[in-house]
Design a protein around this ligand. Structure first.
Ligand code: GN1
Ligand code: MG
Length: 365
C-alpha cells in the first residue's frame, strides 16, 4: 500500500469510535468484492476496516441494517448462553456520529472489532477441521432459525437464483461486449448442456419441496474464523449476503470451495477434484450443527446443492469474463476464465461422484 492510500485509511478510521492509536495498516486481499484492511494498534484490540463495493451493493443502508440486526441477534444469544460475544460474533464499531457505517463522498466504510487469536484458512488442513467448519456453518444457520426474515432486505436480488443467472448469462453471450465469445465457445456449450438443472433449488423452493430459511449464501471456508488454540470455528464472517434462501446453497457453496483439492483459480486442472472425504466430513459436521432441523428432502438434496452451487459459480465467473470483468476482482486478464474452467472441472468430478455423495448422505439420515 502506498502512503496516500494509508493516509486515506487513517483518515477514514478516525471517524469511528476507537480509542487506540493505529500503528500499522495491512490490506487483506482474499475477498473478491469489498476492500478489507487490518488496523493494528499498540493495544490488545485491533480492527477491520472495510470499503463496501457500492456498485454491487446498491442499497448500502439496507445492507448495513441487515448486518446490524443479524449481529445483534447473534450477540444476544451468545450472552444468554454465557459465551464470549466479542469473539463469537462480528461486532460493528459505530462511527463518532453514532452510525453503523460511514459515507464519505461516494465511498461507504464499516468497521469491525478483530477477533484475536483466530484466523481464516483458504484450504482445510484436515478433515477434522472441515468437519468443524461444517458444524459452525450448521449452527450459524440454526441460530438464525428464529430470526424474523421479514426484517431483512435482499442485498443482491435473486442472488442464488440459478435460472436467472442463466438468463443473464445468455444475454451476455448474445451481446458479447468485449468480443471474447469466440474464444470460449466450448465453455459456453458446457454450461448450456447443464441448463436443464438450473431450477433445482429455486424450483424446489417455489414448489414447497425446500423451505425458505435465513441463510448466509457465501459459505467459503475463508469466511469463518478458526480459533488458534481450540481449532473450533468460532465466528462467521462476511454477512453481506445473509438473506432468505435455501440451506442447499450454504451447504453447496462450502463444498464447492472447501472440498476442492485445489484453489479456486488453479489452472493445472489435473490437480482439481472434489475430495470425497472432505465432503463426508463437512456433511457430518453441518448436519450435526443443525441438530435435526433439516427436512428429509433437504438432507437428500445436499449433494445436488454442492453440484448446483459449483455450476452456478462457474457460470458467474464465465459471465463476468464475457462482460469484461466488471464484478469479481481479478489479478490478471484471464483470471475469471481460469476460475470458470476450474469450476467446470469440479462440476464434472461431482457428476462422476454423485452416487458416492448420495450414499454418504443416506448414511447420515
Ligand atoms: C465472492 O466476497 P467473497 O470473495 O467472499 C462472491 C461469492 C462467490 C465468491 C467466489 C457478494 O465472495 O458469491 O461465491 O466470490 N460474493 C458476492 O469466490 O458476489
Ligand atoms: Mg463475500
Amino acid at each position: 500500500m502506498d502512503i496516500n492510500q494509508t493516509q486515506h485509511i487513517l483518515e477514514v478510521a478516525s471517524n469511528f469510535c476507537i480509542e487506540e492509536t493505529i500503528q500499522e495498516v495491512f490490506e487483506i486481499t482474499t475477498g473478491h468484492i469489498n476492500r478489507t484492511y487490518h488496523l493494528i494498534t499498540g493495544a490488545k484490540r485491533s480492527y477491520i476496516l472495510q470499503k463496501v463495493n457500492t456498485v454491487i451493493f446498491k442499497d448500502t443502508e439496507g445492507l448495513m441494517n441487515n448486518i446490524s440486526l443479524v449481529t445483534e441477534h447473534l450477540q444476544k444469544k451468545l450472552v444468554a448462553a454465557g459465551m464470549d460475544a466479542d469473539r463469537e460474533a462480528l461486532q460493528l464499531i459505530p462511527t463518532k456520529q453514532g452510525g453503523i457505517y460511514l459515507s464519505l463522498g461516494d465511498e461507504v466504510w464499516r468497521m469491525y472489532l478483530t477477533i484475536e487469536n483466530a484466523r481464516t484458512y483458504d484450504r482445510a488442513t484436515s478433515n477434522d477441521m472441515f468437519c468443524e467448519v461444517g458444524r459452525a456453518f450448521g449452527s450459524f444457520q440454526r441460530e438464525l432459525a428464529d430470526f424474523d426474515a421479514s426484517q431483512l432486505c435482499e442485498t443482491i436480488p435473486a442472488f442464488h437464483d440459478t435460472v436467472q443467472r442463466y438468463a443473464y448469462f445468455e444475454e451476455v453471450v448474445a451481446k458479447d461486449v468485449v468480443a471474447r465469445r469466440a474464444e470460449v465457445e466450448a465453455e459456453i456449450a458446457f454450461f448450456m448442456e447443464r441448463k436443464k438443472n438450473a431450477g433445482f433449488i429455486v424450483g424446489g423452493i417455489r414448489e414447497g419441496r425446500f423451505p425458505l430459511r435465513v441463510t448466509h449464501n457465501d459459505t467459503k471456508l475463508n469466511n469463518i474464523m478458526i480459533d488458534d488454540e481450540t481449532g473450533k470455528g468460532i465466528c462467521i464472517l462476511d454477512l453481506d449476503t445473509v438473506m432468505p434462501g435455501s440451506v442447499l446453497a450454504d451447504f453447496g457453496d462450502a463444498i464447492r470451495f472447501g472440498a476442492s483439492t485445489a484453489a479456486e483459480d488453479e489452472t493445472d486442472l489435473s490437480l482439481v477434484y472434489m475430495d470425497i472425504d472432505k465432503f463426508s466430513a463437512f456433511a457430518k459436521g453441518f448436519i450435526g450443527g443443525l441438530e435435526g432441523s433439516l427436512t428429509e428432502n433437504e438432507v437428500k438434496a445436499l449433494p445436488m446443492g454442492a453440484y448446483m452451487m459449483t455450476l452456478e459459480c462457474g457460470l458467474r465467473f464465465l459471465t463476468d469474463y464475457l462482460n469484461g470483468d466488471t464484478y469479481f476482482r481479478i489479478k490478471h486478464p484471464t483470471h475469471n476464465l481460469d476460475r470458470a474452467r476450474n469450476q467446470m472441472k469440479l462440476v464434472e468430478d461431482m457428476e462422476a461422484k454423485m452416487s458416492q455423495m448420495n450414499e454418504i448422505i443416506e448414511s447420515y439420515l
